[in-house]
Design a protein around this ligand. Structure first.
Ligand code: NAD
Ligand code: UGA
Length: 468
């Protein structure tokens, strides 16, 4: 059992603190937002994350998980102090805003009265471990207190954060103090994950490189989707065909409206900024960002190609969150798409199963004319009298809608499937003018289960002499 303090109770801090408590540790989570802490004490979570609420409740009841706004209380006897505060884009060039990390480091320095390992879990620019050390050293209230800094980037995804924390593909630790890194490794031993123990800079870089690589895969498949669309191939099958190659892998090859969220956009920007600052020219990262932005525009282009002007049209929008299973609206493509649609004079009817309040706030904050936006109770209400329906988030409940009913409710049967969740041929049969992302017009796909040679043989058409 270790005594742990986690600074920041957002997606990463709350999940980290709760999961560490669930592993038997004594955890105190600290946040500067009083209201958040008050609500957490009542069992009300600031975020939607499957499985987290029960886990918080269980660990609070067991006396292992506490919430406070007081650094003194959080740091009291803590052997490990995780910094898990936000690092949003901070300047117009895309660099990360380190204000929150700096403030957390200062507050730690002001209250620390014993040796502790300070762990950077926030995604921070390369060199930030040294920065945190400097801030703490320069602000220590007690000059005789020593500390070590370890970088421990987090790789969890929103929507599956608890499972991702509990079953990580790897645990990355970087420090100039190998003993401190090994102490942190011990905390994670019960997870039975591979460890990468390295220096500070390398650990920090592994995080950015990983996010940038995943974002690159997405922009790559989106570019391929555009080529598929032009040449008549189907990107879903292309991705499936590529994904069987173990060197490529099937993950993150879903073409769509592009990546959003609080991480990929800001982290690719921050990495490109770091490279720029270092005098490099990160061409590929810039291309990844450009392609990603274009995917959002593509949705509006598809709408106007079919409907002509959007003036006086009603567009139904299914989903607001940047992906399924979260209510997070940070850099959600829905915001740009709805802003552009309404700017052309269309009314929008939206529904998201979870991102209702966060969705409303984000649209208003980002300058959408809210008089043109109606929030509906379900997908069928969204379709009512709509001239087009746009699927933005791949929520499970959108995958098996009664499409006949949807079609019947609409004024014009236009379906723009930004997540490729429906089959073009089926939708055409259903009477829709269907546009996915990169879906060709070829025959319906034949996906055979692994090793099903009988069905392959049954389907084989004998070659003619010339073809052979
Ligand atoms: P978040 O915005 O959800 O939460 C950050 C929390 O920190 C907020 O509750 C805020 O009030 C609190 N905070 C800010 N300054 C503070 C201070 N000085 N003292 C105490 N609390 C303070 O952020 P997040 O999504 O959890 O991300 C945190 C970090 O982890 C970021 O660097 C992010 O890039 C990284 N990350 C996020 C994810 C993810 O899926 N969201 C995954 C991996 C890594
Ligand atoms: C991502 C990473 O997956 C995590 O490993 C990382 O820890 C996290 O960022 C972070 O650093 O904060 P997250 O943003 O929660 O996690 O969500 P993802 O599932 O990665 O999706 C990101 C975006 O890419 C979403 O908008 C999603 O719709 C989009 N995406 C994903 C695609 O467009 N296509 C795909 O094939 C996969």
């Amino acid at each position: 059992m270790s005594i742990i303090c986690v600074i920041g109770t957002g997606y990463v801090g709350l999940v980290t603190g709760t999961c560490l408590a669930d592993m038997g540790n004594q955890v105190t989570c600290v946040d500067i937002v009083q209201e958040k802490i008050e609500r957490l004490k009542q069992g009300i979570l600031p975020i939607y994350e499957p499985g987290l609420e029960e886990m918080v409740e269980r660990n609070v009841q067991a006396g292992r998980l506490h919430f406070t706004t007081s650094y003194a209380e959080g740091l009291d006897s803590s052997e490990f102090v995780f910094i898990a505060v936000n690092t949003p884009t901070g300047n117009t060039q895309g660099g990360a805003d380190m204000r929150y990390v700096e403030a957390a480091a200062r507050s730690i320095a002001e209250e620390l009265d014993h040796y502790a390992v300070i762990i950077n879990k926030s995604t921070v620019p390369v060199g930030s471990g040294d920065f945190v050390s400097r801030v703490i050293q320069n602000n220590l209230k007690r000059a005789d207190v020593s500390f070590s800094v370890v970088s421990n980037p987090e790789f969890l995804r929103e929507g599956s954060a608890v499972l991702d924390f509990q079953k990580p593909d790897r645990v990355v630790l970087g420090s100039s103090d190998p003993e401190a890194a090994h102490r942190v490794a011990k905390l994670y031993l019960p997870l039975r994950a591979p460890f990468v123990i390295t220096d500070l800079y390398t650990a920090e870089m592994i995080k950015y490189a990983s996010n940038a690589f995943l974002a690159t895969k997405i922009s790559f498949i989106n570019e391929i989707a555009q080529i598929c669309e032009r040449l008549g191939a189907d990107v879903k099958e292309v991705a499936a065909g590529m994904g069987y190659d173990k060197r490529i892998g099937s993950a993150f090859l879903d073409a769509g409206i592009g990546y959003g969220g609080s991480c990929f956009p800001k982290d690719v920007r921050a990495l490109a900024h770091m490279a720029d600052e270092a005098g490099l020219h990160p061409q590929m990262l810039h291309a990844v960002m450009e392609i990603n932005y274009d995917q959002r525009r593509l949705i509006v282009d598809k709408l106007t190609n079919i409907l002509g002007t959007l003036r006086h049209c009603t567009v139904g929008v299914l989903g607001l969150a940047f992906k399924a299973n979260t209510d997070d609206m940070r850099e959600a493509p829905a915001v740009d798409i709805i802003r552009w649609i309404t700017a052309q004079g269309a009314q929008v009817q939206v529904y998201d199963p979870v991102a209702k309040e966060t969705g409303r706030e984000a649209l208003a904050r980002e300058g959408v004319n809210m008089e043109l936006v109606t929030f509906c109770e379900n997908a069928y209400d969204v379709a009512n009298n709509a001239d087009a329906l746009v699927i933005i988030t791949e929520w499970n409940e959108f995958k098996s809608l009664n499409m006949q009913r949807i079609r019947g409710a609409m004024r014009r049967p236009v379906l723009i499937d930004g997540r490729n969740i429906y089959e073009p041929s089926e939708m055409n049969r259903c009477g829709f003018i269907y546009r996915g992302i990169g879906r060709g017009t070829g025959p319906a796909p034949t996906v055979l289960p692994p090793g099903d040679t009988t069905s392959i043989l049954e389907q084989q058409v004998p070659l003619t002499l010339e073809e052979a």
